[in-house]
Write a protein that binds this ligand. Structure first.
Ligand code: NAD
Length: 513
């Protein structure tokens, strides 16, 4: 069936993983409750794992702490070489892993492959980075002194990830953390446990083939209770958490209570501004892909389209037309554009959002609905919908993780559009479609978009790994992936060295004995 059995075999998985769930590498030991993974594609039970207990967790952390002692002393370019070997495996297994991502999470096969490609790209980036973990030198105010700063690894890094990018988010964190000299403990989403086991199998093989100890790559499994073991644990100096704003607020407080560091990648409420100077054809492609890609389950999915009144009808008609062309169905069939939502709870949230927008005064212009019948047996397939709505509606202010697009009109100049675009609590991704240089620059200026990502003439979703990724306001403020995002995985140290025979004090202070 879609070659999925072969894919599972290639990834070293079988349907009954039973004891898999907690791992320090080659060792697997889980004694908690059984978690079943059902595919939203066809509703089939595709695997069972066991959740991590407190005892399993403690064993994992102790092994990770021990491994850190070895890993941190290995020169960083050599750690980069291990990441390169890991990347060779990802390249070799790109197709089966992409297929499993698609089957377990429900995104299209193309997007599943794209997600594995992101893993490959971040590993390439990390390999180069392993020779560039640089600090700076500065001039000391004292004669015969040298001053510089350097970065050391932190220790055990906890990674908590969401279901919608079940493999890429892990690699964004681990590839950088590993070259930085950290060891990682990953709690993947309880909704996608098999992809986590598949990734851990790949990493474990590479570490053991290179005679490295257990504990550099660890996996724990379960729901928020297992996540809380990590967030409350003083032995874990950094928690990188990706997921909902609700989760982020709890995690931030738990980590702050012990003065740990957190890197938060939370929900978005992303808008595209369409000005009178926009290329309408590109706008439609960008907006439709942004709104329905991954069935509206990307943190960067386009939720709001803010269109100038001069082009409003034209854009609206073109988008409504495009929605009629969408093929919804099995995401492993490359003819389909839209796959299922992750589960039936997500379907309920989607339905509730459509009811709510109407209740608040919105007008549905592309009808939604849950699909039934052949091919839709899982009950997770829905029709992407569009509603004309006002920005201040409660439902519009909220991130609904489903393919619901809100269309709104602005008039006058760009300030009015920016006010709408920035007028939400989230601050992840944003875009403007315009050929007007003044508008584009204004959008990017200090008075423009307040988001972590601001694009011109491309949509809100689909970031490259080379840039730092993350958002402001309730999106959490964290940055992952490219640019200098690596710094959060390290501790910074300022060093001053006196190579004279005297001991001059800073600020010229005299202290004679
Ligand atoms: P979620 O918040 O339900 O779960 C995310 C992860 O957090 C899961 O592993 C979950 O078990 C864990 N978790 C939940 N409560 C916890 C707690 N109290 N302590 C510790 N761990 C806890 O999110 P989801 O439904 O899996 O994913 C969708 C959300 O993730 C959306 O809001 C989306 O925008 C966001 N997201 C953000 C980014 C980003 O980079 N900004 C990327 C992907 C997804």
């Amino acid at each position: 069936k879609f070659g999925i059995n072969q894919a599972l075999k290639d990834l070293g998985l079988n349907v009954d993983q039973v004891n898999k769930g907690t791992s320090t590498g080659n060792e697997w030991f889980s004694s908690g409750e059984v978690i079943e993974s059902y595919s939203p594609v066809d509703g089939a039970l595709i695997g069972k794992v066991k959740a991590t207990t407190r005892e399993d967790y403690d064993r994992t952390i102790k092994t990770a702490q021990e491994a850190f002692k070895t890993w941190r002393t290995m020169p960083s370019p050599q750690r980069g070489e291990i990441v390169r070997k890991f990347n060779d495996e990802l390249r070799r297994l790109k197709e089966p892993l992409g297929k499993l991502v698609s089957y377990e999470m429900g995104k299209s096969y193309q997007e599943g492959l794209g997600e594995v490609q992101e893993m490959i790209d971040i590993c390439d980036f990390a390999v180069g980075l392993s020779r560039q973990l640089h600090g700076v030198t500065m001039h000391s105010e004292r004669p015969g002194h040298r001053m510089y700063e350097q970065y050391h690894p932190l220790g055990v890094v906890g990674v908590i990830s969401a279901f919608n990018f079940p493999v890429a988010v892990w690699s964004w964190n681990t590839a950088l953390a590993w070259v930085c000299g950290d060891v990682c403990v990953w709690k993947g989403s309880e909704k996608t446990p098999l992809t986590s086991v598949a990734c851990q199998n790949i990493a474990a093989r590479v570490f053991s083939e290179n005679n490295l100890p257990e504990g550099i790559s660890c996996l724990i499994t379960g729901d928020y209770k297992v996540g809380e073991m990590l967030t409350k644990d003083e032995r874990v100096p950094l928690i990188s958490a990706t997921g909902s704003i609700r989760m982020g607020k709890i995690v931030a407080q738990a980590v702050a209570a012990r003065l740990g560091k957190s890197l938060l990648e939370l929900g978005g409420n992303n808008a595209i501004i369409v000005t009178p100077d926009a290329n309408i054809k590109n706008t439609v492609i960008g907006a439709v892909f942004g709104a329905v890609g991954t069935c509206g389950q990307r943190c960067t999915s386009t939720r709001r389209l803010i269109v100038h009144e001069e082009v409003y009808d034209q854009v609206k008609n073109a988008i409504v037309d495009a929605y009629q062309q969408l093929r919804i169905g099995n995401p492993l069939d490359e003819n389909n554009h839209v796959g299922p939502l992750i589960d039936k709870d997500a379907v309920k949230n989607y339905q509730a959002a459509l009811d709510k927008v109407v209740e608040e005064g919105g007008k549905i212009i592309v009808e939604g609905g849950v699909l039934e019948g052949e091919g839709y047996e899982s009950g997770c397939y829905v029709k992407p919908a569009i509603a004309e709505a006002q920005n201040h509606y409660e439902i519009v202010q909220h991130e609904t993780f489903a393919p619901v697009l809100y269309l709104m009109k602005y008039s006058g100049d760009l300030e009015n559009a920016l006010e709408l675009q920035n007028g939400v609590k989230q601050g992840l991704s944003s875009a403007i479609m315009t050929n007007n240089l003044r508008e584009a620059e204004r959008f990017l200026s200090v008075e423009g978009s307040d988001c972590g990502i601001a694009n011109v003439n491309i949509g809100t979703s689909g970031a490259e790994i080379g840039g730092a990724f993350g958002g402001e306001k309730e999106t959490g403020g964290g940055r992952e992936s490219g640019s200098d995002a690596w710094k959060i995985y390290m501790r910074r140290q300022t060093n001053t060295i006196n190579y004279t025979t005297e001991l001059p004090l800073a600020q010229g202070i005299k202290f004679d004995l």
